[in-house]
Design a binder for this molecule. Structure first.
Ligand SMILES: [Zn+2]
Length: 597
């Protein structure tokens, strides 16, 4: 299980970044060009007085941003390939700093536009010449009460780079500096403990391996607890600074308003999920019986998923299964998606220094999406591939259908396409293995796990970050002890009825990179609930449901996110989709119980 260095990996399993830049030198040239364009752009300040000038400013800035995203995608990809290469580390740092300059160069636009008479702005928004920019315009007007003077906007934009330091430092700490030691595997061999390999230990049938890995991981993080708390407190202070500068009542209000999502979506999610905690615990009780322990511990939660369904598809087989699973989305979807592996959109395997986890980026408008994986030959690896390809195809279709300023879909809808693909995979395999009770058990069990880790676990995270922000807003200081105590308390609310909540789990919040993208994770839960409903529609055989869903994939950010999902066929402005999804969860728990007996 030794981790390979990057140059030991076959290039056909590495993404082809030459579609972005053929060489680092070309990247450097473009960097200088964009730096110049951004500096030039600031000279437009004070000129937004006529339609022509306003339109020209929108066009020019969109073009700078589009080209900047090429630079940023390349730098991020290079840095993620191997964080220990100083050249790419520097490239990524410089890109962030250029990004701040690019954003700052347009800081005059909002105040100048808002100074124009309302009728003029109404006219622009309705004018077909502004069709590509009407969402930008409506967004600026919507947040009018929260925009600052030109100087204020400039200052906030400039602060962006400094305020991203906690996120970067936490990533360095997690990815490089934190040493977690090793764990003796089932055969007694010492194996290095890494974030990427952690789940494999937790899936071990040897309880000692699970327990040791879990405790070492949690205690490893706890040994840096003060540092992680200082970093996270730094993040929360940055969120506070933004929300107060912009005159919002809370950090959450500021962030959710920027995405056009009502705060009630967040609260009704938590309320609805709390109502499902008893069903969660009924499920955990089934898991306990299944793995045959007298008391379930936190380190047991990942064990037992694939018993009776040990598939080991390599990346080619996984890719093939993915294409079969998404066949209900249409022949053209399958044809378009089939390009990804041969055209090297995907960086497949783990290597030394590579970023952990998986993601897809469609940032480089005009070229293909890129997908980073740390692929393992098992069901999780396959499922992750389907998930990331869901993002990638959403980008692919939105980039193809929308002008650049409207192509990038909002974070609120981002997890819908990915999760729908995961559910399609699950359903596909259930049909393939319909006469195999062990496989049925494993697949139902797997979907239940998805519910647990997506709806329950992410809502648990959402609750944690919301309460952490509330503490800070009330003037409390976010120490390691306070944060860990809060985390443990919430874990006990969710799991305490049936699981021995080992106290070391209190430091788990330190491991979660998403806390540095505040109020992000709740969207996994709402998206999962939406996806459950959409996948059921797609598989119902009603061609209109497929058409609506496919239309949704092309919408980018051309409409408010709640509206886009309504077009897809689900209304998240009501608690219904969450409640419905939890009903499906209860059905599955019942089905699982029958399959187990
Ligand atoms: Zn995702």
């Amino acid at each position: 299980m030794a981790v390979l260095s990057r140059n030991e990996i076959d290039s056909k399993y590495k993404w082809d970044l030459t579609r972005l830049f053929a060489t680092d030198e070309e990247w450097e040239k473009e960097f200088a060009a964009i730096d110049g364009l951004a500096a030039e752009f600031t000279k437009r300040a004070g000129t937004l007085t006529s339609k022509e000038h306003v339109l020209e400013a929108f066009r020019a800035h969109a073009e700078i941003l589009r080209r900047f995203e090429f630079l940023a995608t390349y730098a991020m990809a290079k840095q993620n390939e191997d964080a220990s290469v100083p050249l790419y580390q520097a490239m990524d740092d410089r890109t962030m700093s250029l990004g701040s300059r690019v954003v700052a160069s347009a800081a005059f636009m909002t105040p100048e536009l808002l100074a124009l008479p309302e009728e003029t702005l109404d006219g622009y928004e309705a004018d077909p010449d502004f069709a590509d920019y009407n969402r930008l315009l409506s967004g600026i007007r919507r947040t009018r009460a929260h925009s600052l003077s030109r100087e204020g906007e400039q200052l906030l934009a400039m602060a962006g780079e400094a305020l991203s330091a906690p996120d970067q430092a936490a990533e360095m700490l997690r990815g490089l500096d934190l040493k977690l030691g090793s764990v003796r595997d089932e055969q007694g061999q010492r194996v290095p403990l890494t974030d990427a390999g952690f789940v494999l230990f937790l899936e071990s049938s040897d309880r000692r391996v699970r327990r040791t890995a879990f405790r070492k991981m949690m205690n490893g993080y706890a040994s840096m607890g003060n540092t992680f708390a200082a970093l996270y407190a730094g993040q929360v202070k940055a969120d506070l600074l933004y929300s107060r500068a912009r005159n919002y009542d809370s950090c959450r209000a500021a962030i959710m308003d920027s995405e056009e999502v009502p705060e009630s979506v967040y609260d009704s999610l938590i309320t609805a999920v709390h109502e499902g905690i008893d069903t969660l615990n009924a499920y955990l009780e089934l898991r306990r019986k299944k793995i045959g322990v007298s008391r379930l511990h936190m380190y047991d939660l990942y064990y037992g998923n694939e018993q009776g369904f040990e598939i080991h598809p390599d990346i080619e087989e996984s890719f093939d299964l993915f294409l079969k699973a998404v066949a209900p989305l249409g022949e053209d979807y399958v044809r378009d998606a089939s390009r990804a592996l041969p055209e090297r959109w995907i960086d497949v395997y783990e290597n030394e220094g590579k970023r952990s986890g998986a993601y897809s980026t469609g940032g480089a408008y005009g070229t293909t999406p890129y997908v980073l994986l740390n692929h393992k030959n098992n069901y999780d690896g396959l499922s992750t591939l389907c998930h990331e390809m869901g993002h990638a195809m959403h980008s692919f279709y939105s980039n193809g259908a929308q002008p650049y300023p409207k192509a990038d879909y909002s974070i609120f809808v981002a997890e819908v396409a990915s999760t729908t693909n995961e559910i399609l995979l699950n359903e596909y395999l259930r049909k393939q293995y319909k006469d195999d009770p062990a496989a049925q058990r494993a697949l139902v069990g797997n979907l239940l796990e998805h519910f647990r880790t997506t709806v329950f676990r992410q809502t648990l995270f959402a609750e944690f970050e919301h309460r952490a922000h509330q503490l800070a807003e009330a003037g409390e200081s976010l120490t390691s002890d306070r944060l860990s105590q809060l985390y443990l308390e919430i874990v006990k609310t969710y799991y305490g009825k049936k699981v021995a909540v080992d106290p070391c789990v209190a430091s788990e919040w330190m491991r979660i990179p998403h806390f540095y993208s505040p109020f992000y994770v709740y969207k996994y839960a709402t998206s999962f609930c939406a996806a459950i409903s959409l996948a059921r529609g797609i598989l119902s055989g009603d061609p209109e449901k497929v058409t609506s869903y496919r239309r949704f994939l092309t919408l980018g950010s051309s409409l408010p996110p709640i509206e886009e999902l309504r077009i897809a066929g689900v209304d998240l402005s009501t608690p219904e989709p969450v409640t419905q999804a939890l009903d499906v969860f209860a059905e599955l728990v019942y089905e699982y119980q029958t399959l187990l007996s």
